[in-house]
Design a protein around this ligand. Sequence first.
Ligand SMILES: NC(=O)c1ccc[n+]([C@@H]2O[C@H](COP(=O)([O-])OP(=O)(O)OC[C@H]3O[C@@H](n4cnc5c(N)ncnc54)[C@H](OP(=O)(O)O)[C@@H]3O)[C@@H](O)[C@H]2O)c1
Length: 323
Amino acid sequence: MREFGFESTTSEVIAGLDLSGRVALVTGASAGLGVETARTLAGAGATVWLLARDRGKLDAALAQLQAESLPGRLESALLDLADLDQVRVAAAGLLAACPKIDLLINNAGVMACPHAETAQGFEMQLGTNHVGHFLLTGLLLPALKAAAASGRAARVVNLSSAGHRYSAFDFEDPNYRQRTYDKWEAYGQSKTANVLFSVALDARAREAGVRSFAVHPGAISTELGRHMDREDMARITANFPGGKWTFKTVPQGAATSVWAATAPELEGRGGLYLEDCHIATAAAEGSRDGVQSWAVDPVAAERLWQLSEAWVGESFLAGEVHA
Ligand SMILES: NC(=O)c1ccc[n+]([C@@H]2O[C@H](COP(=O)([O-])OP(=O)(O)OC[C@H]3O[C@@H](n4cnc5c(N)ncnc54)[C@H](OP(=O)(O)O)[C@@H]3O)[C@@H](O)[C@H]2O)c1
């Protein structure tokens, strides 16, 4: 019986699993958890596509993994989630290269950035973390369904965060047109959107064999904190028990993503929020652990799905909602 927890690492979670013949895509694979997730999946034999927006960083990450002589094939492609036109170009190239996609890890993210907008005018955190991934996933559904048709469910893993507790999704003003921008609230809203997307995607795609999970990786020192100032550090540190950071290493941080993507224990499951390599329970009052009810509300999930379809001007999996 496999049992994992807070300290479990990618190598522990992947031990004994063979991913040869499978194709995995990892967004934000130029830094942090994305590189470690790609390394682990390729280490188990999968063909892994590293996707990132910065050509120099992407090439460096690819070269770093190539130097490790991993058993799986490594490929790379540019993807800028903050521009839906570029997402369409990337998705078309990926579909041409990969008729079947077994695993899609929507890992890329920005956190607490100063107010900015994506190319199409979405608030930057919502646009990057949710809207870009929504369109990418929708466009890649034919390849995900094709992989699932071979008999084993395809999985879509959406990196969320315990930060989803900072905000429910504000359907009245998601892009901060009327309210004052708050960088942490906006991060929380985008990370709530990642969970709601997982719930709605799973409800629509499960009959076709595509399952979806949301993941909180833990607190890991990566480039994600690039916009944090001293005040942010103090505020977040105060939230940790005893006022001390309880960091994970990068291999511990990426372990829940790898578990979500590959765990046999999750077969037949989906629409779930995972943390520390287990299925999270409902968040208790004042706790940093667990999932807030607003993030797994199926009504809000369906509402966000429809709003997201309107935003990207595409309809995916129409009429395939299953309770
Ligand atoms: N680290 C933590 O403590 C923590 C906690 C909770 C949740 N998470 C979540 O885990 C995920 C990975 O975070 P990380 O810690 O590995 O952060 P990271 O080291 O900053 O890596 C983020 C990745 O996303 C990419 N990215 C950012 N904007 C993008 C865009 N517009 N298009 C394409 N790629 C873009 C980055 O590319 P560039 O290098 O070009 O910027 C980078 O490759 C995020 O979704 C984050 O919210 C992390």
